[in-house]
Design a protein around this ligand. Sequence first.
Ligand SMILES: [Fe+2]
Ligand SMILES: [Fe+2]
Length: 325
Amino acid sequence: MTSAPSSTTAGENDERVADRTAYEAVIERLSKASVDKHWEPYRDIPWDDPEFRVDQADPRWELPEVDKLGGHPWYRSRSPEVRARIGLWRVATAMKIGLQFENLLKRGLLNYAYRLPNGSPEFRYVYHETIEEGHHGMMFQEFVNRTKLPIRGMPRPLSLVAQIAPWIPLISTELFFVFVLGGEDPIDHVQRKVLKDGRAHHPLEETIMRIHIAEEARHISFARHYLRSRVPRMPRHRRMLLSVISPVVLGVMARIMLAPPGPMIRHFRVPAGVVAEIYRDNPAARREIRDSVGRTRELCAEIGLLNVVSRKVWQAMGIWAEPRR
Ligand SMILES: [Fe+2]
Ligand SMILES: [Fe+2]
């Protein structure tokens, strides 16, 4: 390797120290915020309040007309009770898949933290995040239990493949945090959209979403800062590899998070034509998948993960849009 002129090296070192200091300040701020502002499901959610009771026929579970399935004539011609149960089934499935993803995520975070050296600021933050994700898992599962519906999460083959995720940090911590964003960003995107749709939501659903969005903002921030500080310094060949694998991970994750629940389709006998029309041949469904990874796509552009080859992979995965900057 050719060494750079010493004056430049000194300048770069200064910059690196400044970068490192700013990065560590962010982690410290996130750790402090985790202490100051956090929620516990069995302390902060009034599960047994009659207002929070989950009734399968509650019209507040019905999907709105702007929803892809909710606006379809097949859905609109069901009875109000069936419409409500389908809506509830979908919310509960998203929570079940969310808690399965977060289970993999927690195990991965612990594998990452296991190898961190003494004094590493990431250690404390990653433990805060793991604890919060533990609370999210309990909160989501409690909701699923209270629906009394036979909710299943990820399809079994996918769930088996997903068991490799906790081991990704042993190969590449950068790829692991891309995987983290791949799950967290689409969930966050959907939850924020639901809260902003101007409808009256069930108070339990609304409380869970608000808690989740508030704590996830820190998790997403950590993953983004981590990647921002690490990726530009990766050796060129590893960065190239990461740039190509990232869109594959992100495309698969977004589809897992936003796909129609198979057991729901079978239970309510949703005709195959309707499913295809809503989820497969629908430009709005494709746009939703593309939009749900929008922020991560912008980040990849910013940290040097877009090149001629990786761009092709983003396109092939159906999640490409020209970055804004
Ligand atoms: Fe979470
Ligand atoms: Fe999270």
